[in-house]
Design a protein around this ligand. Structure first.
Ligand SMILES: [Fe+2]
Length: 235
């Protein structure tokens, strides 16, 4: 019996599995047709991470390192909504955040970039959406960093996200970029996306949430699935 084919996601938005300019996709892109694995009952009904997992400072990456000082860099506040395929808000959804510090360095043993760590910045956080699907967190604008994809390759400023929707099958992993970043035109990860998908991953400067004498505001919405889904990392 032939296997059903995977429902096609929106090719005008989502990145292909294989993007030769983004070298690691050459190694990991599937070479055989994909096989649908039906979701089990426990996948559709099992518990996901919720409010009990979020601490009082998890939404503030400028304070959650448990150190005594302020991190270096440009403070920002990021807000938006999590939506489903019909545009309805998705409440009580856990958003996990990880990023480089202002110098472009991750707190991770495999990050060998010759840039300073910040003792007051871990670069990780979590936030839950409220009843209207809204979220907000504070952080430091991440710096660009080099990587080994090709000669003189640099990643643009970006923040990584993982979202759990109503169940584990609606998990979304993606990256958010900043408007006007000149490195976007040179980044094979960003350029692997179709043009429409690229625009969906760039946040919007938001004067309405910019806080006087404190932090610049940015707005970014997530759509968990459907043809208008936020571009996600597929492999
Ligand atoms: Fe990164």
């Amino acid at each position: 019996m032939s296997q059903p084919t995977i429902p096609l996601f929106d090719r005008e938005v989502q990145p292909p599995y294989l993007a030769p300019g983004y070298k690691s996709t050459v190694l990991r892109a599937p070479t055989q047709p994909l096989v649908v694995i039906p979701h089990s009952l426990s996948e559709r009904t099992g518990p996901v991470f919720g409010a009990a997992n979020v601490g009082p400072l998890d939404h503030d990456l400028t304070k959650n390192s448990m150190k005594n000082g302020e991190p270096l860099g440009e403070r920002i506040v990021v807000h938006g909504r999590v939506l489903d395929e019909t545009g309805r808000p998705v409440p009580h959804t856990l958003i996990e955040i990880w990023q480089a510090n202002a110098a472009g360095r991750y707190v991770h043993k495999v990050d060998q970039h010759d840039a300073p760590l910040d003792p007051n910045f871990l670069g990780t956080g979590r936030v839950l959406t409220d009843a209207e699907g809204r979220y907000k967190f504070y952080t430091i604008k991440p710096g660009a960093y080099p990587w080994s994809n090709h000669y003189n390759a640099w990643r643009p400023n970006h923040i990584h996200f993982s979202l759990f929707g109503p169940n584990i099958t609606t998990r979304l992993v993606t990256q958010m970029y900043f408007p006007g970043d000149p490195l976007l035109d040179h980044d094979p990860v960003f350029l692997s996306l179709p043009p429409k998908g690229r625009s969906l991953l760039i946040c919007r400067f938001d004067m309405a949430v910019t806080e006087p004498h404190f932090a610049l505001g940015y707005q970014f919405d997530f759509v968990l699935r459907g043809s208008g889904s936020t571009p996600f990392e597929t492999v």
